[in-house]
Design a protein around this ligand. Sequence first.
Ligand code: NAD
Ligand code: UGA
Length: 455
Amino acid sequence: MNIVFIGAGYVGGPTITVMASKCPEIQFTCVDINQDRINAWNSKELPIYEPGLDDLVKKNRNKNLFFSTNVEEAVKNGDIIFVSVNTPTKTFGKGAGYAANLEYWEKTARMILDVSTSNKIIVEKSTLPVKTADAMARILNSDKAKYHFDILSNPEFLAEGTAINDLLHPDRVLIGSFENENGIKARQKLVELYQNWVPKEKILTTNIWSSELSKLTANAFLAQRISSINAISALCEETDANIEEVSKAIGMDTRIGNKFLKASVGFGGSCFKKDILNLAYLSRHYGLTEVADYWESVVNINEYQKERLVDRMLNNMFRTLSGKKICILGFAFKANTSDTRESPAISITKKLLEERAEISISDPKAIENAKKDLADLEGKISFTEDPYEASKGAHSLLILTEWDIYKDLDYQKIYDHMEKPAFLFDGRSIIDRQKCYDIGFNVFTIGTSSLKHFD
Ligand code: NAD
Ligand code: UGA
């Protein structure tokens, strides 16, 4: 059997690699139109950083795992085609700023139709609006079609930074199909593929619309928890309650659960915002205004949380940041990834530059992406991997990614070479507040009252 992934990104690359490692008798080919990305997948420096990925790629590459730009050839020979191309928010025309831009998906479907010389199973791996499979079925099984295409929905739930573990040990694998004879047969084939490493009871089959909608819903629920705890963090800062204690207290209720309750500078990543806005757009499309407003408020709180942090800096640093050096520790949208898409660090850097602050950025893996993200901005920005170098002469530290290395920095050494009074804003609540205060820092963490050496 030949399995093909179209789209060698954060989802396609790791997912095909794990599948290839678990199914040695199947040939896997990952294709992309981006030559640089494919070159990188075939080199020592993979295009994405993900713990455990390098080893797994090295073990399987050029055995039963291939990376190529020869999209049409691979598709022609494929039996099952997973489509994991990007589905960003539309930036033009109707639904701009909300709806998913499905042009990459549709182009892919038409290409599959044009080059195929056999029946195939087409799997939606990308996150798509509910009812996309309907459009796909119409294109693929149009009058022009000489072969039969079964469409399945198999959304991916991996999180970056833990992708390999998530793929090896998923909470569940969701497979949706049209509930006719062909659809159920195709779905069974995919179930058998996953059974090579996923326990049967974790493979959930549903109708195709439930599967499409469950993916958007899962992301919306996860993001909603973060906005909920972040909303409470604002109240904590006003009332001397402590968000860590509140999180723990509510998380011990088994009905609430203790995961995804970490207050932060706000969620980032390429998907939460995009998927919620898409859910809101879909709801509006069906006339469900209240439902749309409800979900959109999750994104609004997230924007508010980022603004709140910059306001807190301004208010405490004597109402001006102009000419002051702010050292940002962490630019990735979360730890253990080089990905900076929708990272809170991007909009916060922009806001700080508007205040005419001087920015020094440090990150162990994301410096190259940070440079690209900020390329068009005017102002003083410098980049260095070394946090000690980055913080020399700074007025304030600003932790935006929860990298482990930032937990154990020599904060005394850093304090000694900073301007005084020295400020420390921890957007991830990873530092020892009291210890840093005792060193001399004025300390501000999310959801706790500030520790200041002055009134
Ligand atoms: P990505 O941008 O990293 O990768 C997508 C790849 O598809 C790119 O390399 C692009 O060049 C390629 N591509 C686009 N059009 C193509 C075409 N016509 N032919 C061949 N290749 C083409 O995106 P991603 O982060 O991997 O996300 C892909 C999808 O998976 C999105 O729908 C996203 O919402 C979803 N998703 C992402 C994550 C995540 O953690 N990043 C997790 C779950 C689901
Ligand atoms: C998220 C989901 O967790 C995945 O299940 C989903 O497949 C993926 O989106 C997707 O569809 O793209 P990801 O964005 O990679 O995964 O990472 P998360 O761990 O969910 O973190 C997202 C953001 O929320 C990060 O900025 C993180 O720092 C933040 N976060 C997370 C918090 O602020 N607090 C928390 O308690 C948890």
